[in-house]
Design a protein around this ligand. Structure first.
Ligand code: V47
Ligand code: SF4
Length: 374
């Protein structure tokens, strides 16, 4: 936090006052923060909000990602991961292959993150069985599986309501949902980049229904392509509004767009300043979402470390194997060890705290937690 007159230089004095008083920022104020030329003016405000919530703790999780298949009926223009069925680069893992990946990962895994493309044929029963088997194999791990886009796709394929899909997957062992597939809620952007995908209102409605039956979730925003700063802030405001109603979002994850090997491959990647400012504005706008993740896979380990001073309090986790960002040119390593993550957090001046998917600290990992019902 700088002297009040410092913020006045950028017309941020009212925002600085609101942040100090813990008051909610408007969409126009969020835009003003993006427009501020001084990264540290914005970052210092976000750090103030982050420190009030989390002191000098920075979280991480011992997790593993599993992509069961990259076959997808959609053709999002920002995606380098998906393939059509029959493409030589398509893959789909059998249940046994997925379980083998989990078996080879040691005993201390506390989160298993399972997602894939919208597969044209795989029945819901395949996923119910798979989740049941994962649960048998790792009864103490959190199973965080299927984006809102996959859930809506299962419902369409099976001809049943979204609520039934969620209830069946919850019964099978899904404890939480990842935040992927949100992209940017702007209809303008979605028409241009992912017209076949579940629309913004649909994504929010799947999450509303999930939260209502006690499946908590994360939320993401894919930024750094054709969206405007206002569209980013409106995306955050839509999440904030739903969070006021359900309380079900655990963590927000700004996903840095990786352009390589996508139809948008000629686009320049985001700058470090934009990445840090996006983390900072997220922290400031999302006053009702407790955690902001610096996802090292997409934003690089070095920048994720710095992001802990710009509003982020979570470093994600060990990950082990990652395809979605790496197929699109992410240059980060595949996975990190617990020791590496702790060293990076400590070196930044923070206290590393191992957490589970709901951000309970090691030694206090619970099972599923219910959230407010709409
Ligand atoms: O759903 C697709 C996005 C998501 C690209 O909830 C891209 O804990 C960048 O959602 N460049 C998958 N992003 C990643 C994701 C995630 C990751 C870590 C933790 C959690 C969580 C969620 O990545 C996709 C899509 O929105 N994506 N293509 C790309 N070229
Ligand atoms: Fe399919 Fe997801 Fe890639 Fe879109 S981002 S093409 S829905 S895998």
């Amino acid at each position: 936090m700088f002297e009040p007159r410092y913020y006045k230089n950028f017309g941020l004095e009212e925002i600085a006052r609101k942040v100090a008083d813990g008051q909610r920022l408007t969409v126009a104020e969020g835009e003003k923060l993006f427009a501020c030329p001084d990264l540290n003016a914005v970052g210092s405000l976000a750090h103030q909000a982050r420190t009030r919530l989390h002191g000098n703790e920075a979280y991480y999780v011992v997790n593993r990602h599993i992509n069961y298949s990259n076959i997808c009926v959609n053709g999002c223009r920002f995606c380098a991961f998906s393939r059509k069925k029959g493409d030589p680069l398509s893959f789909e893992l059998s249940e046994e292959e997925i379980l083998d990946k989990i078996r080879t990962n040691g005993n201390d895994l506390t989160e298993i993150h399972v997602v894939g493309g919208c597969h044209p044929e795989k029945p819901l029963s395949f996923f119910e069985h798979l989740i049941g088997k994962i649960r048998e194999l790792k009864p103490h791990a959190f199973i965080k599986a299927f984006t809102a886009v996959e859930i809506a796709h299962f419902a369409k394929n099976e001809g049943i309501p979204v609520g039934d899909v969620l209830a069946r997957l919850k019964a099978a062992g899904v404890m939480m949902m990842p935040g992927g597939g949100a992209e940017v809620f702007s209809d303008r952007v979605r028409k241009l980049l992912c017209p076949e995908k579940l629309e913004a209102a649909g994504w929010l409605d799947v999450m509303r229904q999930a939260h209502a039956i006690g499946i908590r979730s994360n939320a993401t925003m894919l930024y750094g392509h054709i969206e405007t700063p206002r569209e980013r802030v409106e995306h955050m405001a839509a999440l904030r509004e739903l969070q006021d109603r359900t309380g079900g979002f655990v963590c927000f994850i700004p996903l840095t767009f990786q352009p390589s090997n996508t139809p948008m491959g000629k686009m320049e990647p985001t700058t470090g300043v934009d990445d840090l400012k996006t983390i900072a504005v997220s922290r400031l706008m999302l006053d009702n979402i407790a955690h902001i993740k610096a996802y090292w896979v997409m934003m690089s380990v070095k920048l994720a470390q710095a992001a802990l001073y710009y509003g982020a309090d979570d470093f994600d986790g060990t990950v082990v194997e990652e395809k979605i960002g790496h197929m699109a040119g992410a240059e980060s390593q595949q996975g990190m060890t617990r020791r590496e993550i702790e060293a990076i957090i400590r070196e930044a001046g923070f206290q590393p705290v191992e957490r589970d998917s709901l951000f309970r600290k090691a030694g206090h990992f619970p099972s599923n937690g219910d959230c407010k019902v709409d």
